[in-house]
Design a protein around this ligand. Structure first.
Ligand code: ZN
Length: 130
């Protein structure tokens, strides 16, 4: 079963989409299977990371800025090559195991939509496979 969600990303940030993935799993009726969460954009991504301390996301964004600074050598005419590089680092999707009706996430894990080229109207997909 495929679910599509919309997201209005006003700033560069990690948006917690764990509730939407849980909702999709619940609506599907699949209690043992997998959830594939997929981002169909080239300057955004999907990742799993800590959702307990918001400073972790701040530090990840700071680290990505340091790892992928803008460069006068970039050729891409849209001028957002750093956003493409950050999307490369995040990846375009994750797979989460559903067991006994629950997502098998670690205690401190959350699923994030990562926006690197705001503001954008985005979407992401959740495919539940039983
Ligand atoms: Zn571009």
């Amino acid at each position: 079963m495929l679910f599509e969600y919309a997201l209005s990303a006003q700033r560069e940030d990690f948006y917690d989409i764990t509730p939407q993935v849980k909702e999709a799993a619940a609506k599907s009726g699949v209690s043992n299977g997998i959830a594939v969460v997929y981002c169909p954009h080239t300057t955004a991504g999907i990742t799993i990371n800590e959702n307990a301390d918001p400073d972790v996301v701040r530090d990840l964004l700071t680290g990505l800025d340091k790892a992928f600074p803008d460069s006068p050598g970039f050729l891409h005419s849209e001028g957002n090559s750093t956003a493409h590089l950050k999307a490369l680092a995040a990846g375009s999707g994750v797979t989460v195991i559903i067991s006994n009706g629950r997502l098998l996430l670690g205690t401190w894990q959350g699923i994030y939509f990562c926006e690197f080229d705001p503001p954008r109207k985005r979407k992401f997909y959740v495919k539940i496979i039983g």
